[in-house]
Every structure is written in C-alpha cells, then in structure tokens.
Write a protein that binds this ligand. Structure first.
Ligand code: NAD
Length: 433
C-alpha cells in the first residue's frame, strides 16, 4: 500500500516511519522545505529515542521518503494521513488553518478514490469540515472517505507507543475506509491490539476525552499535594494507597509543577471551547485547567520560601527544561513558565537539559546555559529539579554541594527521598511531602 503522511512533526514522523517499518510505502510530506532537506540528509529535527535509527533503516530500504511535493504525494497514495499542528488560537480554540490548507490541496490533486485520515488532534466536527473543503476544491470529482484515527503516543516513548498501543481508534464514514485502515494496521491486529471502530465525531471526542481525563488526574493529585503539605501528610503514600485500587490505577498520580507540552494544555482549552460553542460549561475541566494554571506560581512560592523569602538578586540552577524527560519539546514547559516568573522577580537562572538546550536558547536568551548538571549548579543559591531526566536521579551530592553557594534543593518532581537529602546536608523541599 502507498500512503502519504502530511506534517513531519513528532506525530507525522513517528507515524510515517513506523508504518514504513510495517512494510508500507510511505511518503512523508512537509511544507517546511528546511525540515525536508534536513530529513533527507538523515537528520531528525527533534530528539526522540530510537527514531533516528528507524528512519535511517526505512529510508535505506526505500519504504520511506521525504518530500515537499504534496501533489505527487496525493496522486500516488491511497491513504493520506493529516498530522499537521493544531495549536490554540487566541480564543483557546484549536486553530485548524493547517488542516484546512492540507484538505484543500488534497481536493485539488485528488485523481482517484482516497481515504483521508486525521491523525492530528482535531475538534469534534472537523471530519465534516474536511469533507466540505475537499469537495469545494476538487477538480476531478472522485469519491473519497474521511476518517479519524487519533494518535495517543507519548513523546519520549513514541515508537514503543506506536508499535504496542493500548488501542487503536478508527472513526469512519463507511465500511470501505474501515477495511482499508484495518489493513494498514494489520501488523498490530496480529498482536491483538484492540481496535475501537466508531463514527468520525466519536473518534474525535475519544482523543479529547482521554487527554482531559489524564489532565484531571494530574490536577487532582496536585491539589492533594497542596492539602498534604497543609496537614503534614505524604502525597506519595496517598498516591500509592489510592493507586493500588484497580478502579483508580497508579498512573498519572505523580505531583509536580503541572502538566505542559504540546497536547494537554491546548487540548483542554480546545474541548472547553467546543463545549462553550455548544452552550455547555464543562465545570470539571474548567477547574482542572485553573489548578494547572496556578501550579507554576505555587512552585515559585515554594522556591521563594526555600530560599528565605526573597527572589530578587538570587541565582537558581535549573535541571531540566523540556516539559518531560526524553524529549527536546519545550512547548508550554512548566520549567520555562517557572523560570520566566523567577526572572520577572529579579532572579537569575543557570540551566542544563540533556536535550532541550537549543530549543530553550531560541526562546529564552536571559538564561545562562551550562554544560552539565554540576556546571549548572556553579555559584547558585539553590538547585531546582524541574524535569525528571534519568541522569538527574542519581546526582553526586558531594559534588553538587561543592558547586552550589548554598545547599538548597527544591525538587519539583519528587525524585529524591526527603530523609536522605536532609541527611546529606541539604535544605530540601519537595511537592506534597
Ligand atoms: P508539530 O508542530 O511537531 O509538526 C507539525 C508539522 O506539520 C510541522 O512540521 C509543519 O511544518 C507541518 N505542516 C503544517 N502545515 C502544513 C501543510 N499545509 N503541509 C505540510 N506540512 C504542514 O506537531 P506534532 O507535535 O507532531 O502534532 C501534530 C498533531 O498531532 C497535533 O494536532 C497534536 O495535537 C497531535 N498529537 C501530538 C502528540 C505529541 O505528543 N506531539 C501526540 C498525539 C497527538
């Protein structure tokens, strides 16, 4: 089967490469010529474990190619997956400009029956919009199907998530599209991955409902962490005590500086917006979002208290800038939100991240960027662990103490045990403990 994937970001590049690994012929298209040139030269525009090798192999074996020619990609493919960005616009709605652009091109160049699939996270009703835009732009009036196949991969574990997903969701208008998409996913069907077949709008909402639920768990445990601090309890034991209940589950009950990244914040804003347009107030999601909005300021208060009440003139060492470990993605990263608040309060920041330094440098020039964790600590009044990269899990505390001006650690990811840190001679602050 020949397929095209439009958009070679995290989702498009991982999806296209993994389908090629299944034996499908994939052309990955992007309008960003520099990105295509880079991919053709064997370079991956972002950090994702294992991806470079997989891309290299599938390019070498001629199942994966990169192009900016959407016309040829549409003409030669049976399935066209749309994986372009759907960022928030000023009102909080998902901006569908890129999706519309791609749909118009597909219509213009469609020369035979195609299945057009959204991989991007798109609001309910987008499938119907795509059909309209294609029909308006069609030169050759060929039949086509529109489907929704939302993506659930996690950055940092994207290949594993694509190759061994918990489920595949296919929302389609007709049986022909379902048959073709099931065929495309056949290798996963063979390993007994559950497939949920729905109509298009239901598949669209499944994605938002899933992210909303995960975000709810995070805001929930962050609220509990605040309560634990007030009453002198340990939120980790609370999470464990709760999570062992199968009805609750232990995932996403880890307190911290709040959720960030390119998905949860914008997806929660988008679902709130869709509901608003339907005259519905999602009270729970409104609260989830507010708790998350307030979380960085709470962390700043924590940092301020740990350092003796004044931020001005203080210098903080930050370990971790990406929104979570194993990715270079800094979109809506809580680390950067906290850093901006500290800078605004007159503090200085020296930081290190194993993968996200270039990305951070391009948006935040006021930070001093260090060569490693210990270099980041040099001359600072306190150390803040902002992202739980593995390499921050076993720091040499003697070396760290020698590098820091004061032995103060604010562990926003609860990586360390409070008792051990105190024994090692640090003034240690965690979240909810
Ligand atoms: P991204 O911003 O990393 O990549 C999007 C790509 O689309 C860019 O390379 C851009 O140049 C390209 N593009 C935009 N308009 C185009 C056009 N008209 N023609 C060709 N290319 C075009 O985005 P991403 O993180 O991969 O996310 C894509 C979608 O997948 C979003 O809707 C997102 O919500 C969803 N999603 C993301 C993740 C994730 O972890 N990143 C997980 C699940 C779902």
């Amino acid at each position: 089967m020949n397929i095209a994937i439009v958009g070679t970001g995290y989702v498009g590049l991982v999806t296209g490469t993994c389908f090629a690994e299944f034996g499908v012929n994939v052309v990955a298209v992007d309008k960003d010529q520099a990105k295509i040139d880079m991919l053709r030269a064997g370079k991956i525009p972002f950090y994702e474990p294992g991806l470079e090798e997989l891309v290299e192999r599938n390019v070498r074996e001629a199942r994966l190619s990169f192009s900016s020619d959407i016309k040829a990609a549409v003409e030669n493919s049976l399935v066209i997956l749309i994986a372009v960005g759907t960022p928030s616009d000023d009102s909080g709605a998902a901006d569908l400009t890129f999706v519309r652009e791609v749909a118009a091109s597909i219509g213009r160049y469609m020369n035979s029956y195609k299945v057009i699939v959204t991989k991007s996270t798109v609001p309910m009703g987008t499938g119907a919009m795509i059909r309209r835009v294609i029909e308006e732009n069609q030169v050759m009036h060929r039949p086509f199907s529109v489907a929704s196949n939302p993506e659930f991969l996690r950055e940092g574990a994207a290949i594993e998530d694509f190759m061994r997903p918990n489920r595949i969701v296919i929302g389609a208008e007709d049986d022909q599209a379902i048959t073709i998409l099931k065929d495309l996913y056949n290798p996963l069907y063979l390993i007994e991955t559950p497939i949920v077949i729905t109509d298009v709008v239901t598949a669209e909402i499944i994605k938002y409902a899933s992210n909303s639920f995960l975000a709810t768990k995070i805001s929930f445990i962050n609220e509990m962490a605040g309560l634990c601090e007030a009453v002198g309890a340990d939120v980790h034991q609370v999470a464990r005590g709760m999570g062992l209940d199968n009805r609750i589950g232990n995932k996403f009950l880890h307190p911290g500086p709040g959720y960030g990244g390119s998905c949860f914040p914008k997806d929660i804003r988008a679902i709130l917006n869709v509901a608003r347009n339907c005259g519905i107030t999602l009270r729970l999601m409104t609260a989830v979002s507010q708790v998350n909005e307030d979380q960085p300021a709470r962390m700043v208060e924590k940092i301020k208290a740990a350092i003796g009440g004044t931020l001005e003139g203080k210098k903080f060492s930050f370990l971790g800038l990406s929104f979570k470990p194993n990715t270079s993605d800094i979109r809506e990263s809580p680390a950067l939100r906290i850093i901006r608040m500290l800078l605004a309060a007159g503090a200085a920041v020296r930081a290190y991240d194993p993968a996200a330094m270039d990305e951070a440098r391009s948006v935040q020039t006021e930070i001093e960027y260090a060569d490693d964790s210990y270099d980041a600590a040099r001359g600072c009044d306190a150390l803040v662990i902002a992202t739980e990269w593995n390499q921050f899990r076993k720091l040499d505390w003697d070396k760290m103490k020698a590098a820091l001006k004061e032995p103060v650690v604010i562990d926003l990811r609860n990586v360390y045990e409070p008792a051990q840190m105190i024994e090692a001679g640090f003034r240690y602050t965690a979240v909810g403990r």
